[in-house]
Design a protein around this ligand. Structure first.
Ligand SMILES: [Fe+2]
Length: 511
């Protein structure tokens, strides 16, 4: 159709040839563009014969030119048609490819928050609209919450009451799709929502998510279609997406709950050990926080971070088998007592191995039990060397020693951090992995101080904020006497004030 339409608008090949002949004759004969001789007038003289030959040649070449041009134009038109139909095909398949991307994301993202983030982004692009929010029903609080709302200031959680007047609440209560083509003309839309967000709602489509038992577990809301309003087709695509999402969101919710339960259980187990002795309370949590700091600095994966978190949290779990008389002893341990303390690493392994860790976390018991190993093989309890010691255990090892030195113990107070640094340095290459030590040194000073000061269980002093622009190593350098730069002036004194605050009156800085 397009081919003949387009061709119909053009001159016919014969028209073109005639025009070409006349124009050619005009230029040749008169040079001024005023032809007085037409092809038909020139057929009876010699001059005319020559001319007619020339004209014939020209006719041929013009016909050829015309034919070439036509072919090219036809080719271009055909290409255009192909592109158009490809574009139409792409447009037709856009929701399908969007659905594929959303489903793929849902299948690969374990965590609910990241899953919701991908769903909202892809759905907005799939339905060609400005905004998408996935609201999840919180039955405990009778609310619908969403963590991602495009178009607002970044990510935040919005909660709306299930009994409220919003279209989302209405959709969740009725379990029916709501398509509002003109928000301000529809009584179901509450303009107050726009007033509070500064957003202008033109049209809305809300689709409920049902679980297998038919109960509403959330709502998909899309707003402001790029062109026009949401169609019946949009409704169907969103319903299809909501149906797939419902199951996966429910799964992710269950996963989050289990993960939260496991996290809290592990934390509680760790605290039962720490709490046996008020002086070591919080040790496992602080070691975990230092370790995660190092893990962040060394850009470990999310899975590794989970393993690190559990292993760090549980590293001293075996201390449950060490008598309190030894753990709490005020003074030097006898060799027998020290040997007894050392058994905790083996016990950690044995006890944790009884826990049914998933494949992803399968190495937690081994890693946790390696936190007293040393690079040179003189550690315990296996006497592993160098790379035989798992990397994450090398991370825990640095955090463990640092926390022990910077915490109050039965037999001494917090150690001066210059001394702490010297001890850490003396362990470089033989006890500690130097890369891990350097990563720890590179941590922002305020991050280290926040963990360190959590030892006292009191509020972190506000001044800690002032340390965010220097590394932990730089603080040590300042404490060693380095000349402070302009923005570092007074930090050393401030650090000591925070570090040594509330020390007992009999405090002595021990070596
Ligand atoms: Fe330990």
């Amino acid at each position: 159709m397009a081919k003949s339409d387009s061709k119909g608008k053009k001159s016919t090949p014969v028209d073109l040839v005639n025009r070409g002949v006349n124009a050619a004759a005009a230029v040749d004969e008169n040079g001024h563009g005023h032809s007085h001789v037409h092809g038909s007038d020139c057929q009876h003289s010699t001059q005319l014969d020559t001319r007619s030959l020339t004209i014939k040649d020209r006719e041929d070449s013009l016909r050829k030119l015309e034919s070439d041009l036509s072919k090219r134009e036809i080719g271009l038109i055909e290409r255009e048609i192909k592109l158009l139909s490809l574009q139409q095909e792409i447009d037709r398949l856009r929701p399908l490819s969007g659905l594929y991307r959303v489903v793929k994301a849902m299948a690969t993202e374990r965590k609910l928050e990241s899953m919701l983030e991908v769903i909202t982004r892809e759905t907005a692009s799939m339905l060609r609209c400005d905004r998408c929010s996935v609201f999840v029903l919180d039955t405990h609080h009778g609310e619908l919450w969403t963590q991602v709302a495009q178009g607002l200031d970044g990510m935040r959680t919005i909660r709306v009451p299930l009994s409220g007047t919003s279209v989302v609440s209405l959709c969740a209560r009725t379990g029916r799709t709501i398509n509002i083509p003109d928000a301000y003309e529809d009584p179901r839309f509450d303009p107050e929502v726009d007033k509070s967000t500064g957003y202008r709602t033109n049209n809305i489509l809300c689709v409920p998510m049902h679980n297998r038992s038919g109960a509403v577990i959330g709502v998909f809301e899309v707003m402001n279609k790029d062109v026009g309003t949401f169609t019946q087709e949009d409704e169907e695509w969103l319903q299809a997406l909501a149906a797939v999402a419902a199951g996966l969101i429910e799964q992710a919710q269950a996963y989050s709950e289990i993960e939260h339960f496991v996290d809290k259980t592990v934390e509680t187990l760790a605290q039962t050990i720490d709490k046996r002795d008020p002086l070591t309370a919080g040790h496992s949590i602080r070691v975990t926080r230092y370790s995660i700091g190092i893990g962040d600095a060394m850009a470990i994966s999310d899975d590794e971070k989970d393993v690190l978190r559990y292993a760090a949290m549980m590293h001293d779990y075996g201390k449950i088998g060490v008598p309190e008389a030894i753990l709490w002893k005020n003074g030097r341990l006898t060799p027998e007592e020290y040997a007894c303390v050392q058994t905790h690493a083996r016990l950690t392994y044995e006890l944790l191995s009884n826990l049914p860790f998933t494949n992803r976390l399968a190495h937690v018991p081994f890693i946790a039990s390696c936190h007293h190993e040393k690079l040179d093989g003189t550690g315990y309890y296996r006497g592993l060397k160098g790379h035989e010691i798992p990397f994450l255990a090398r991370v825990i090892s640095v955090s463990d020693v640092f926390d022990a030195l910077t915490s109050v113990r039965h037999y001494r107070n917090r150690m001066n951090i210059v001394k702490v640094y010297e001890i850490m340095e003396s362990g470089r290459d033989n006890h500690f992995d130097p890369e891990v030590v350097d990563s720890f040194y590179g941590l922002p000073c305020d991050r280290v101080m926040r963990v360190m000061e959590s030892e006292r269980g009191s509020q972190i002093p506000e001044e800690v904020d002032l340390f965010k622009n220097i590394s932990w190593l730089r603080l040590v350098e300042l404490c060693q006497g380095a000349k402070p730069k302009r923005h570092e002036e007074g930090l050393k004194e401030l650090f000591y004030r925070v570090y040594n605050a509330n020390l007992p009156p009999d405090y002595q800085e021990l070596d």
